[in-house]
Every structure is written in C-alpha cells, then in structure tokens.
Ligand binder design. Structure first.
Ligand code: ARG
Length: 264
C-alpha cells in the first residue's frame, strides 16, 4: 500500500487484521501498525475541553465505537474531517463530556445532516466537514474558528486532543492531549513531497525527532491555538515517527465555507 495514510482507526484496524491473516507485513503497513493514541500525550479532561467531541461510529471495530474526533462550534454544529464522514449518517453518534469511551457519562446526539467540503478528494486539502446534531449540546462552551491564515506560523504551540490510538503510550479510548509545535509549510512540503501537502490549506505540526503526535482515531479532532479551532486532525505517515509530522486541515483557509455551514 502506498500513498498517504489518511485512515480512520477503523480502517487501520482492518489493515492490521488483514496483515495478521496474511502473515506478512509490508513496509507501508508496518508504518501504520506502530502508532500510539495521541502518541506521547497526557490525560486530558473534557471538563476542561468541553467542546471536544468524540465522533463514534457503530461500524467501528473498536468495542467503544471510537472512530474520529470533532469540535463543537455551535450548540448544534460540529466540525470534523471530510475523510471521517464516509459512512451512513445514521451510524454516527456525537459524544460530549466522556473522558473514557468505555463509560456512559456525558451527552450524546445523533447526526441530522452532513456537509462535506465538495472539493475534498478532488483537490489537495479540503479535509473538513460540518455535521448538524439532532440534539443540540445546549449550554456547552463552543470553540470559535481561527480566521487568520497568519496564525500558521513556525513555532506556534497548539494542542491537539483526541481519543485515538496511543500506540501503547497511554490507555485506549481515553481522552488525551499533546502540544505539537508548528513546523511550517516548507518542512512538510519537503518531507511529504509527493503526498499532496498543500501550504494554503494545511498545517504541519509535531516534532522533527518524533515521539509526540496525533494518530489514527484522532482524525477530525481539534488542534487548538489561542482558544480557537486552528486545525483539524487530517493525516500523517505513521504516527510520531521522526521526519513524519502530523498534517492538519487549516481552519482559517476554509473559515468562510465553514461559517456559512455553521450559520445555515
Ligand atoms: N487520518 C488519521 C485518522 O483518521 C489521523 C492521522 C493523523 N496522523 C498523524 N501522524 N498525525 O484518525
């Protein structure tokens, strides 16, 4: 398997199962398997990050239903990744206020409609979507969108949140966070040459030496800077590997399209 690995955890598990049954691990598959849940992060609390939403899916192979992340941007609207919304609308559940997905704490909502950036898959970037909740999370703090492209500056210190794979660096299906410094468009343009990294539309963040990163299952979740939704977890090659940082959809680039959907 070649190409950029823009997998949900469900897809990753499917690959791992396929690899296990085939009894051989190719190089590209091996890159996928050794991920971590937010890799190298620390425990986070949805009480402190109430706008962080777990976007579960009934077709996830993970018993908890863990699938993707999202961000509450209005009582009835969440922003996630376009690549997270390939399944039937009825299979999704948005979960708010649940640190451990094995529990039933917090609030849930089904999804009444899905808007996916129409250019996703046709042009590089555009990995954003807006979902409408059937049951608004009324009273829960929301996160405003970053609207300035100048926020994507080398050295900025955003924090990414999620319930995804920890590659053994933390408990499974548990809310985690990690700071991932912005490395800049030129770095990802170099290390991801041939992978369609797009400077105007993506953010390159993580550590050149690896060790800390978002990972499979974190997709769609928030990258937060200055109290605003700065990025959306999108893709990477493996997780937390040296020279392969995380790539995030740049919210400021898509802010006007997102805002139109959020206000619709
Ligand atoms: N595409 C992955 C998902 O669907 C997220 C990948 C993030 N990878 C990374 N190395 N930061 O969950």
């Amino acid at each position: 398997m070649t190409g950029k690995l823009k997998f949900t955890r469900a897809a990753m598990v499917a690959v791992m199962v396929a690899v296990a049954s085939a009894g051989a691990i190719s190089t590209a598959e091996a890159r996928v398997a050794p991920g971590t849940n937010i890799v190298g992060g620390t425990l986070a609390s949805t009480a402190q990050a109430p706008w962080a939403i777990a976007l579960n899916n009934s077709q996830s192979p993970v018993p908890s239903g863990q699938y993707c992340g999202a961000t509450l941007v209005k009582a009835n609207k969440i922003v996630t990744a376009a690549h997270c919304v390939t399944k039937a609308r009825s299979t999704y559940t948005a979960v708010q206020g649940r640190d451990k997905l094995s529990t039933t704490t917090g609030r849930t909502s089904k999804i009444s409609s899905i808007w996916k950036d129409p250019l996703y898959g046709r042009a590089p970037g555009h990995d954003v979507a807006v979902l409408t909740l059937t049951t608004p999370f009324t009273g829960v703090p929301t996160l405003p969108l970053e609207t300035s492209r100048a926020a994507d500056a080398v050295g900025a210190q955003p924090v990414v949140y999620g319930w995804g794979n920890t590659e053994g660096t933390g408990p499974a299906d548990t809310f985690q966070k990690v700071t991932v410094p912005v490395l800049g468009d030129s770095y990802c343009g170099q290390v991801y040459a041939g992978y369609d990294y797009v400077a105007d539309g993506e953010i390159c963040a993580g550590y050149k030496e690896g060790g800390k990163d978002s990972c499979q299952g974190d997709s769609g979740g928030p990258l937060v800077l200055n109290g605003r939704l700065f990025g959306v977890v999108s893709w990477g090659i493996g997780c937390a590997d040296a020279g392969n940082p995380g790539v995030y959809a740049e919210v400021a680039t898509y802010a006007s399209a997102l805002t139109a959907q959020i206000n619709s």
